[in-house]
Design a protein around this ligand. Structure first.
Ligand SMILES: [Zn+2]
Length: 50
């Protein structure tokens, strides 16, 4: 499965568009937006407890 990383915060996404959105937000705000970050591979894995 393809993973797309946000080059700024380092979170990974399975959706390229989401990674781009995260990157854009991080570049402007220098922090992650929760409703984007929660869809990251890391956040999903944490929710699933794996
Ligand atoms: Zn980011």
């Amino acid at each position: 499965m393809a993973r797309y990383a946000c080059g700024i915060c380092g979170l990974h996404y399975t959706d390229k568009a989401l990674a781009a959105k995260c990157h854009m937000w991080c570049a402007i705000h220098n922090s992650c937006r929760f409703d984007i970050a929660r869809q990251s591979v890391e956040a999903v894995a944490q929710r699933e407890g794996s």
